[in-house]
Write a protein that binds this ligand. Structure first.
Ligand code: 13P
Ligand code: SF4
Length: 437
């Protein structure tokens, strides 16, 4: 195979690198930008033939496009252009799209643009740009959303990393566990889930008779994609005595293969309380290491996945901010690396961070997680100060949802997230076990 655009660009304007430790695929994209367009793209890929074909396709799709436009290339777009990919190979197209996005973010960072700006461009498809322009201001959008929400008898559930304007329209804003609990309690006809795909899927697992909307269907979680169901089945065969504990950041198909589900707020408790000495813990290796440290009586077999947003936070990024606020305490999410966790004063889920800030006597906090978390923290604890880490990490997927997409979703009752009934029934058990603990 001699894929087009294979190679390297010396002194590239942006470089993006991703790897999937589960299957060993590694991709590096190099881009050159001329007058806002991708004028040259090269890639180096180590891995299977599909990973190479994906890299080749991504580079061809992006070449010549405007930077903001290229940011919108999704794993589904890539798979479609390749004539479809089997589900177990979808992670390859996800890696390709992600590597390109990283190269573009790198370029934008070097230009001094904020990541928010770039996300803003990527998040707005043509349809909602037209809608936003015609409606002009957000107040009108919010009014229409509230009207439509009432008409459709809908509840809006929002994750803590969502954009501030989305958090402001939420009936409930919280972490994965809080959102799953709210989804399990609702009696509304429609759930509008402002988060990422696995979260909406969890709501759908709990609510087979309700409509679950994800206003931007491409909002996925790369870490969840690092545990393809076929690989999980193979791992179960290799460890037949292990209890499978899945972080909620997994697909419904993987939940259906699991014994228990957990979130960052109850991973230690769930692992401690399950019967069995050996635990196959997936997909986050950082959370697995954190759990292993707190549950030494069990043998934890970690999956080799990670969240790129948290993996990118370094101790230096934390210390740089601490240097300017020497009295601050450090609150970290357990998806961070062991090194970052080792310097943290509090290790909590996103909503747990709010509780930690309320309980602590400190007035200032460095927050080692997705940078958007400072908004709910400042809202809930207005008398204290919160600072993101120096690298200002953003989850591009979380930022894909905009007010106009929420309105369109409510008007059209699309895009919906559904789970095939046979999968749903099997996935329900580990989710219910988690909620009942
Ligand atoms: P929380 O459950 O702590 O909100 O975390 C969800 C998530 O995706 C973190 O990256
Ligand atoms: Fe997934 Fe990380 Fe984004 Fe959370 S922050 S949704 S784990 S990619």
């Amino acid at each position: 195979m001699n894929p087009r655009n294979a190679g390297e660009i010396e002194n590239a304007d942006g470089v993006g690198e991703v790897g999937n430790p589960v299957c060993g695929d590694m991709m590096t994209f190099y881009i050159r930008v001329d007058q806002g367009r991708l004028s040259e793209i090269k890639f180096k890929t180590f891995g299977c033939g599909v990973a190479i074909a994906v890299s080749s396709m991504v580079s061809e799709m992006a070449l010549g496009r405007a930077v903001g436009e290229a940011l919108q290339i999704s794993k589904e777009d890539v798979a479609e252009r390749l004539g479809g990919l089997p589900s177990e190979k979808m992670h390859c197209s996800n890696l390709g799209a992600d590597a390109l996005r990283r190269a573009i973010h790198d370029y934008l960072d070097r230009q001094g643009n904020t990541k928010e700006d770039s996300v803003e461009h990527s998040a707005q498809g043509a349809q909602d740009r037209i809608l936003e322009r015609s409606l002009l201001d957000d107040d009108v959008l919010v009014k229409l959303i509230l009207e439509e929400k009432r008409k459709k008898n809908a509840v809006i559930l929002v994750h803590n990393y969502q954009r501030p304007d989305i958090q402001d329209i939420g009936d409930f804003v919280g972490d994965s566990l809080g959102l799953a609990l709210k989804a399990s309690e609702t009696d509304m006809d429609v759930i509008v889930f402002c988060g990422v795909h696995f979260m909406a899927e969890t709501a759908a697992i709990l609510n087979p008779d309700r409509i679950v909307l994800l206003p931007e269907i491409r909002a996925g979680c790369p870490m969840a994609d690092m545990a393809p169901v076929e690989a999980v089945r193979r791992a179960k065969e290799l460890h037949p005595n292990a209890v499978v504990v899945s972080y909620v950041n997994t697909t419904a198909a993987v939940k259906a293969e699991s014994d228990y589900c957990c979130t960052s707020s109850n991973a230690v408790r769930v692992t401690r309380e399950v019967e069995g000495e050996e635990i196959l813990f997936l997909p986050d290796r950082n959370l697995a290491a954190y759990v292993a440290k707190h549950v030494p009586e069990k043998r934890i077999i970690p999956w080799d996945g990670y969240c790129h947003v948290h993996q990118d936070i370094t101790v230096k990024d934390v210390m740089e901010v601490l240097a300017n606020h020497p009295g601050a305490e450090i609150i970290a999410h357990p998806e961070c690396t062991e090194e970052v966790l080792s310097v943290a004063d509090h290790i909590r889920s996103t909503s747990g961070m709010v509780a930690a800030a309320l309980e602590s006597s400190a007035d200032e906090f460095v927050v080692a997680t997705e940078a958007g978390m400072v908004y709910p923290l400042r809202r809930a604890v207005p008398n204290k100060s919160f600072y993101p880490t120096a690298n200002e990490p953003l989850c591009p997927n979380m930022k894909l949802i905009t007010l106009s997409k929420v309105l369109l979703a409510l008007e059209n009752l699309e895009p919906r997230v559904t789970v095939p009934e046979d999968v749903r029934v099997r996935a329900l058990l580990p989710v219910e076990r988690m909620l009942s603990l």
